[in-house]
Design a protein. Structure first.
Length: 168
């Protein structure tokens, strides 16, 4: 089994077009709470939130499918992934080297998305729960915080942090 962080870049995805559509449909059906850091929400913030949630889905899909080309496009050159609990950190090159098709993650549900802006960066956080199927099924709950920057008009993820979540 690959390390948990590589499985969930926050998010990660499946090998056929049918599987991809199924994963996205499951993700889309999930109830979610849209909360902004600032109580004065704007249509622009809502649009950024929806765009970043779509990109998170794409990241998940690309990871599960082993779609390196999509990941190379979405991950900034200085991307870092950090597993806060295990003090494990990967740069872009190491992260990409561990990507391979893997359909062991099932029943992904993400909720409690929060968006804030830190200078030019959009910081998206949320909580996800999923099952890893193998010899035994393991239920995992994670909190993620992803930092996105727009480069040449396109969002790229600069950093991803994951930690175990105690939310149910």
């Amino acid at each position: 089994m690959r390390s948990l962080p590589v499985l969930l870049l926050s998010f990660l995805a499946i090998s056929t077009v049918a599987r991809q559509a199924s994963a996205l449909t499951t993700f889309d059906r999930l109830p979610r709470t849209i909360e902004m850091q600032d109580s004065a929400r704007s249509p622009k913030m809502d649009a950024v939130l929806e765009e970043l949630i779509s990109l998170e889905r794409l990241l998940f899909s690309a990871q599960q499918n082993g779609d390196r080309a999509t990941l190379e496009r979405l991950l900034a050159e200085d991307f870092t992934w950090t597993d806060i609990v295990n003090h494990h950190k990967l740069n872009r090159e190491k992260f990409l080297s561990q990507v391979k098709a893997d359909d062991s993650i099932k029943d992904l549900e993400c909720q409690d998305y929060k968006l804030k802006f830190d200078g030019p960066a959009a910081v998206l956080s949320g909580d996800c729960a999923y099952n890893i199927h193998g010899f035994l099924t393991t239920h995992v709950r994670e909190h993620f915080t992803d930092r996105w920057i727009k480069k040449d008009g396109e969002w790229q993820i600069v950093s991803a942090e994951t930690s175990m979540s105690n939310k149910r």
